[in-house]
Design a protein around this ligand. Structure first.
Ligand SMILES: Cc1cc2nc3c(=O)[nH]c(=O)nc-3n(C[C@H](O)[C@H](O)[C@H](O)COP(=O)(O)OP(=O)(O)OC[C@H]3O[C@@H](n4cnc5c(N)ncnc54)[C@H](O)[C@@H]3O)c2cc1C
Length: 350
């Protein structure tokens, strides 16, 4: 049985089917895909393992090694299922990977996964059959974000699919599993602040990805400087500031700089058009931004077979210990450990 029809759950079921077993996937929403369906679809790894370790220093080296070594073959497998490729580059010289069309990826995986029961949270954890938890972490639960991530949880933007409210974590802990390190770590993005309206279909388009070109201050005027290419440090810092807000102040001469195929100026104007607070000065433009919590990075502690306790497996954002201390691709973790979980669960069943 698999709980959750997002990236990790569908991958696990598809892998089980490849091995001639039948998995039933329960999805609590009315359609499959979870955050995968809303994502940019870039499935990536660091080019260099030493750099991966250095950027995610508190992660479990065994899990990181498995991700690093298996991803390329798993991407090949995914393409073989008919997942449509958009481009074979991440646009970042430090990483390698493939960008898929997210709706097409969801469709290919849902077809390969087989039996899917929607609008149904997992009924009762089975007594004697293995269970794979793939419910996508707890980025959609304000109470859990308040408990583990930030006292400003009421103010963050939930830049995530609504189903990921921590069911896997609760089920796992109740079954005797342990929480892994970094339960308070999240992957987040600076997003246009209220009164801007940000619909799920705008989560990618409206991300403000230019902290490296900006002066960043919270509402008290305190400054933060990014030290990472992913800018995850800025968004995590923002999540913990008053009202989870910051101003991104960009010198006008930087508006033509390009980040991931877009100019800084285009991102600023997209935020303005969405209704974000924008201050225009002769030499600068400032955008009011709010932290958009995208996915939690901490979760249940698992071993290299994705096992949390005997008979219970966790993968995707339900499992912690991979990106701990930094940021790594959540889709990649879901792909590699979804397959691993299926193989281990079948081994346990036999
Ligand atoms: C806007 C956006 C852009 C992103 N871009 C990227 C990117 O380019 N690259 C990247 O690597 N990552 C990206 N991510 C993160 C990525 O989408 C996640 O890391 C990934 O989807 C995690 O996979 P998962 O299977 O754990 O969770 P999900 O894909 O979210 O799936 C979890 C599923 O479980 C369901 N569920 C929850 N509780 C239950 C229950 N009790 N019973 C049954 N079902 C349940 C949920 O409804 C959901 O469908 C992005 C995310 C967002 C929101």
């Amino acid at each position: 049985m698999v709980a959750g029809a997002g990236m990790a759950g569908l991958v696990a079921a598809a892998e089980a089917r490849r091995l001639k077993a039948e998995a039933i996937v329960y999805e609590k929403l009315d359609r499959p895909g979870g955050s995968m369906r809303l994502s940019s679809g870039v499935i990536w790894r660091h080019r260099d393992f030493t750099r991966f370790r250095a950027e995610c220093p508190r992660g479990d080296e065994r899990l990181q090694r498995a991700l690093f070594e298996r991803l390329d073959a798993d991407l090949h497998w995914l393409e073989g299922l008919g997942a449509p490729v958009v481009e074979r580059t991440t646009g970042n010289p430090l990483t390698t990977g493939v960008r898929f069309d997210a709706p097409g990826l969801t469709k290919a995986l849902a077809t390969a996964a087989g039996r899917l029961v929607t609008e149904s949270a997992l009924p009762e954890p089975p007594a004697n059959a293995p269970l794979i938890l793939a419910t996508g972490g707890f980025a959609a639960s304000r109470p859990l974000l308040r408990e583990h991530v930030t006292p400003e949880a009421d103010h963050v933007l939930l830049r995530t699919a609504p189903g990921s409210t921590g069911d896997g974590l609760r089920l796992g802990l109740a079954a005797g599993a342990a929480a892994g390190p970094g339960l308070g770590e999240v992957y987040a993005r600076a997003m246009p602040a209220p009164p801007a309206r940000v619909a799920p279909g705008d989560f990618v388009r409206l991300a403000q990805l230019y902290a490296r070109h900006a002066e960043i201050t919270n509402e008290r005027g305190e400054r933060f400087r990014t030290a990472t290419w992913s800018e995850i440090d800025v968004a995590q810092w923002m999540a913990r500031q008053p009202r989870a807000r910051a101003w991104l102040r960009v010198p006008r001469e930087r508006l033509d700089e390009r980040v991931r195929g877009r100019t800084v100026g285009a991102m600023v104007e997209a935020a303005a058009a969405a209704g974000a607070p924008v201050r225009r000065e002769p030499e600068h433009v400032s955008v009011g931004a709010v932290a958009g919590i995208t996915t939690t990075l901490g979760g249940l502690r698992v071993d290299e077979h994705a096992r949390a306790v005997a008979g219970l497996f966790a993968c995707g954002a339900d499992a912690g210990g991979i990106a701990t201390g930094g940021y790594a691709s959540g889709l990649a973790a879901a792909l590699v450990f979804g397959r691993i979980a299926a193989r281990a669960a079948l081994g346990e069943a036999s």
